[in-house]
Design a protein around this ligand. Structure first.
Ligand code: SAM
Ligand code: SF4
Length: 350
């Protein structure tokens, strides 16, 4: 994978300036992957066996994550979303949240801390996470049927996920979002059930079009369930009215029977939303990425570890700007020359 150095023309932008790419998109959201490890093995994300884990020595320490996050916040990043792999597998997860939540932007406002999780372990750690400053949760659940869950995730842990969702629903964290990848002949007969389950938990259901990000590279366009199909299925049960004002959000939303509940669809394949993308990604091993589908990474490990005394903040800032400047206008999944990233979703950070 190409490892570009910082761009010479980045000298034009000063630390503290917003992270604006060459297409005018201002970056506000940093997805921080805390680990590539996971308690599940979802078929669309990880192989059943033989995954090549990141070397422990290359995983960012808490201090390193905070060093990057501080510079990102000073450059206008307002949201940190913790992900993975499974972020709750990180032993220092409460401390990660506490340290990140203490960071403020240039206007003095604290950053917003969100997490995407499979929900396992949430009942144990959620009170401490909330106390540490976690503000929002997205929990993934693709099916409500135990046998299917086992087959799809290769682990018999549906009850643990349901307990996690119950804990989240009982907490004050709102909006609460539940994510499902819609898959043909796997869970496409459960779309209505999942929305009803979500609304019963005061949560917003969001369906994700399956993307070519599985570690096994088995994605097949003809197998994916499209946004149009999802909406057609849901409209047999509810009237759907588009919610305006999406901004940079990945999900387009619809009011169910006039509201207040909504459903979201993340249609990265059939209705890409790259023109409004405000996201950057940091992998657990210190690689900055400007897109889920990027085949280029910007390596912060040498910056962090070579000579920590030598202008670290300036060097992190330069690398952030270089990554932003390298961002393409769109992901080109639909281009015949599209190349799937080498890393699977668990190693990129979803
Ligand atoms: N383990 C956590 C979880 O599952 O929520 C966080 C990491 S996971 C990679 C983040 C999100 O990516 C999940 O909602 C998951 O469903 C989604 N995801 C993973 N692989 C995907 C794929 N190939 N296409 C679409 N979404 C995918
Ligand atoms: Fe784990 Fe999330 Fe990937 Fe499923 S989607 S294998 S829960 S990282």
């Amino acid at each position: 994978m190409p490892r570009p150095a910082a761009h010479a023309s980045d000298a034009a932008a000063a630390p503290g300036d917003p992270l604006v790419d060459t297409h005018g998109r201002v970056h506000r959201d940093l997805r921080i992957s805390l680990t590539d490890r996971c308690s599940l093995r979802c078929t669309y994300c990880m192989p059943e066996q033989g995954n090549e884990w990141l070397a422990k020595s290359s995983i960012l320490t808490l201090d390193e994550i905070v060093a990057i996050a501080r510079v990102a916040a000073s450059d206008g990043i307002t949201t940190f979303r913790l992900t993975g792999g499974e972020p709750l597998l990180r032993a220092d997860i409460v401390e990660v949240v506490r340290r990140l939540a203490a960071i403020s932007g240039p206007d003095g406002r604290p950053v917003d801390i969100a997490m995407t999780t499979n929900g396992i372990r949430l009942p144990d750690v959620l009170p401490a996470l909330v106390d540490a400053g976690l503000r929002r949760l997205n929990i993934s659940i693709d099916t409500l049927r135990r046998d299917r869950f086992h087959e799809l995730t290769r682990r018999d842990r549906l009850d643990d996920v349901l307990d996690g969702i119950a804990a989240a629903a009982a907490s004050g964290l709102r909006p609460l979002k539940l994510n499902a990848v819609a898959m043909r002949d796997v869970n496409d007969d459960e779309l209505v059930d999942l929305v009803e389950f979500a609304t019963a938990h005061d949560a917003q259901m969001r369906f994700i079009e399956q993307m070519p990000l599985d570690a096994g590279h088995t994605w097949d366009r003809s197998r994916m369930v499209t946004q149009d199909e999802i909406l057609a299925t849901l409209s047999s049960r509810w009237s759907l009215e588009p919610v305006p004002g999406r901004g940079g959000a990945p999900a387009a939303r619809w009011l169910l029977d006039g509201g207040p509940h909504t459903v979201g669809v993340i249609a990265s394949v059939t209705a890409p939303f790259c023109g409004d993308c405000d996201r950057l990604r940091l992998t657990a091993d210190g690689q900055l990425r400007n897109c889920l589908f990027s085949t280029t990474e910007y390596d912060l490990l040498p910056v962090l570890r070579a000579d920590p005394a030598a202008g670290l903040d300036v060097d992190i800032d330069r690398m952030l700007r270089s990554c932003v400047r390298g961002k393409l206008p769109g992901h080109a999944i639909n281009d015949p020359s599209f190349l799937q990233p080498v890393r699977g979703m668990n190693a990129i950070g979803g």
